[in-house]
Write a protein of this length. Structure first.
Length: 402
């Protein structure tokens, strides 16, 4: 297994590595530097040692120095209910840009069964190849089989960059695939770029509660893998009639073998549109006051034919389900209209909704941070303002108030 190796012949016992270890994993015993079970192989000590006496020995199979023969940008083509997930088209647009800058090809990888309709939907995209991996055992999603099938294909063809949407499916199986491939994975990225000098994928994501934006690289292992939040990249302008090569492959029996059997898939029934896909979202926060207080939020969302969103505070209080949460730890949305009601505007929430077309804020506190990003602001009691707004909309549409 991986371990920290100490060259005692070169070690000078300066103890700088002890001072530089954030986990107190290095100590002196018997007149020698030793490593205890707290070591996480973070590598901080390597930079501290002036004698170069420390190194990390990797377990067999981990790749560090053979990155030169990996080539190509791949996008995982998620299919749900027979349709290509919208995030795939966002990733194709960014993937095309990355591939052109690297002077390489762009491929979409489809896993499943009976994939003719998704293939047809992707033919108009600026791709070099659509790789279709079909098997009856891939008809229903299981994280272990999808991860194994993808890892098997990566081992055979060795792409340089592998991208996936940070959806429930992507978050479920992509980390497992990265572990099988012994490479790194940056989750929930909000930006991707190429380092012009080294040619590395620059993977940007919020860190420390959204207070900073961290740019992460994977210099020694391939492929460079990242999941990207839906709605943070520009939608792809499809090019119809593009001549895309389609390659059909079958996974090995070992890759699709699984002790798990999916008996039934239950689609959640919602009384409003799904938050991630809605053009209009009415969201409530702590200022709504109670679970019952969300009824005015639901009424307005229904009048606008939109979705109900919620801040983390409202979800943590049990007033709304997690599937409605907007923000860094919830969903990133990009509706045409976002109405934030009783939401103060913490940076964690703003990360998930600040790309909306028009933002309207309703809050009692005129100094609430949400007003800094809002296009229009209403200072007052949401329980007074929203019913009047709902009634006005219903009246203009000739409908009864919900």
């Amino acid at each position: 297994m991986n371990r920290l190796r100490i060259d005692h012949d070169n070690c000078t016992l300066c103890e700088l590595c002890i001072a530089g270890c954030p986990f107190e994993a290095i100590e002196v015993a018997g007149g020698r530097i030793v490593v205890n079970e707290k070591c996480t192989l973070c590598g901080a000590c390597l930079e501290q040692c002036p004698a170069g006496a420390l190194s990390i020995r990797e377990k067999r199979g981990a790749r560090r120095d053979d990155t030169g023969d990996f080539e190509g940008v791949w996008v995982f083509g998620e299919v749900a209910g027979g349709d290509v997930h919208p995030v795939v088209f966002e990733l194709i647009g960014k993937g095309r840009e990355l591939a052109d800058r690297r002077g390489t090809t762009l491929s979409v990888i489809l896993l499943g069964a009976s994939l003719d309709m998704p293939v047809a939907a992707l033919r108009g995209c600026p791709l070099d190849r659509i790789c279709v991996v079909e098997d009856p055992l891939l008809a229903r999603f299981r994280s272990e089989t999808y991860a194994a099938a993808l890892a098997e294909l990566v081992e055979q063809e060795r792409p340089e960059i592998l991208l996936c949407g940070a959806t429930s499916m992507g978050r479920s199986f992509f980390p497992r695939a990265a572990a099988l491939l012994k490479t790194g994975l940056t989750a929930d990225c909000t930006g991707l770029d190429i380092d012009e000098q080294e040619g590395l994928l620059l993977q940007t994501r919020p860190a420390f509660g959204g207070n900073i934006m961290a740019t992460i690289i994977c210099p020694r292992h391939r492929p460079q893998m990242a999941t990207v939040r839906p709605k943070v990249l520009s939608p792809l302008a499809q090019r119809k009639g593009n001549d895309v090569r389609v390659v059909r492959l079958a996974p090995s029996a070992a890759a699709v073998a699984s002790p798990v059997e999916v008996l039934e898939v239950c689609v959640e029934q919602a009384d409003t549109a799904r938050v991630a896909e809605a053009d209009v979202i009415v969201a409530g926060g702590r200022g709504v006051g109670s679970p019952e207080g969300f009824q005015v939020i639901r009424d307005l969302a229904r009048a606008l034919r939109g979705a109900v969103g919620a801040s983390r505070a409202a979800v943590d209080a049990g007033w709304m389900g997690y599937q409605h949460q907007v923000g860094q730890t919830g969903q990133t949305v990009q509706p045409k209209l976002y109405i934030a009601c009783g939401i103060s505007g913490a940076v964690q929430h703003l990360v998930g909704m600040q790309s909306a077309g028009t933002i309207i804020a309703v809050n009692k506190d005129p100094r609430a941070p949400i007003f800094r990003v809002a296009d229009f602001g209403l200072v007052g009691d949401l329980h007074v303002i929203l019913p009047r707004l709902t009634e006005s909309i219903a009246r203009k549409r000739g409908e009864r108030r919900p």
